[in-house]
Design a protein around this ligand. Structure first.
Ligand code: ATP
Ligand code: F1X
Length: 312
């Protein structure tokens, strides 16, 4: 039996996904179909990890007012529930998926976390963290948790011996990098924002990735949407590209990729296998609303279709 993994989602969300022909901003839009489900980056990662066969625990902060759907999901998926509730409601994030595949995100504000609640959460998390070697720390921050506090939390988790896989954006990404997480997975837009310059080619992305590796981040994974992924680690850079997919919703593709890396690394797979797995679960994610790997054979078939190469 392999060791359990932990995912941390400080700012989860109920995702309200709607499908629409084309959004007309400023007028009435009729939505063809909709679904509301508990989500947020770390929770999505945990669901995929569970489907891959991992034992998984989830932690983070929920609003007490609408926590039940999350608690039910954790039970349904057999996820060990370390979430702490605070007064208020977890946010709703609206995802409008247009016929051409474009997704418009309306991410609402989440709960506000008070200083004493953050202290209690941190104490709990650091106690729990001792049981886990791989910890996924993913998503944005709720009000009351600063980018510096989030960075310090990552640093403390790593001081406890954990390997933190970090996926965030904006200020939380900028500060989080200072904690030198074991793995980071920005997408190319987030990385370009961080670098303050356009990163339009594989060469430009690779140069930034190698710079981050040299600064002490062991694994730099840059996701590139339908163009695939670039991964630099151990003095090597690799690229993987998925086949062309029929896209239903790209929401959660990045989380699926993080799950693939967390599972592959925790299982000691080689780089090519990890890239095949992570790319395949992400490619399957875009064919559905939400995330997950319902069918092992489908996953194996998709893994065989990923184009993987080590860059010279
Ligand atoms: N259209 C697509 N077809 C096949 N695979 C895709 C497609 N879009 C994304 N992927 C896979 O998913 C991975 C992650 O996607 P992306 O770079 O969009 O991450 P992200 O921006 O973090 O996603 P999100 O925040 O929506 O979860 C890509 O590296 C790729 O392997
Ligand atoms: O605001 P964050 O935390 O960066 O992102 C939140 C979110 O967009 O990420 C997931 C998809 O990756 C969704 O389930 C969720 O709504």
């Amino acid at each position: 039996m392999s060791k359990p993994l932990l995912t941390v989602t400080l700012n989860p969300a109920l995702d309200l996904t709607g499908h629409i022909g084309q959004i007309q901003v400023g007028s009435v839009n009729v939505v063809k179909s909709g679904s509301l489900h508990p989500a947020g980056k770390g929770i999505n990662v945990a669901r995929v990890l569970r489907d891959l066969g991992a034992e998984v625990a989830v932690s983070g902060i929920l609003g007490a007012g609408n926590q039940q759907a999350f608690r039910d999901l954790f039970k349904q998926y057999g996820l060990t529930d370390h979430f702490m509730a605070v007064p208020g409601d977890t946010r709703i994030n609206v995802k409008m998926v247009e016929e051409n595949g474009d997704v418009t995100d309306l991410n609402f504000p989440g709960v506000a976390v008070a200083d004493d609640e953050l202290k209690e959460f941190e104490a709990r998390l650091l106690r729990q963290a001792e049981q886990y070697e791989y910890i996924v720390f993913a998503g944005s921050l709720p009000r009351g948790i600063s980018a510096e506090a989030s960075r310090d939390l990552i640093a403390k988790l790593q001081q406890k011996g954990a390997k933190v896989l970090f996926d965030s954006s904006k200020e939380a990404l900028v500060k989080g990098l200072e904690a030198k997480p074991f793995l980071i997975k920005p997408n190319e837009v987030e990385l370009a924002e961080w670098a303050g310059q356009p990163l339009d080619t594989e060469e430009a992305l690779r140069a930034q990735a190698e710079k981050l590796c040299a600064e002490g981040i062991a694994n730099v994974v840059i996701s590139r949407g339908a163009d695939g992924v670039l991964w630099c680690a151990d003095g090597e850079c690799w690229a993987a590209k998925p086949p062309r997919m029929e896209v239903v919703s790209t929401v959660g593709a990045g989380d699926s990729m993080v799950a693939g890396f967390a599972w592959g690394l925790s299982q000691g797979m080689d780089k090519e296998q990890i890239l095949r797995l992570a790319s395949a679960v992400s490619a399957l994610a875009v064919t559905q609303i939400g995330v997950g790997v319902p069918n092992k054979q489908q996953l194996a078939d998709m893994m065989a279709r990923i184009d993987v190469k080590r860059l010279g």
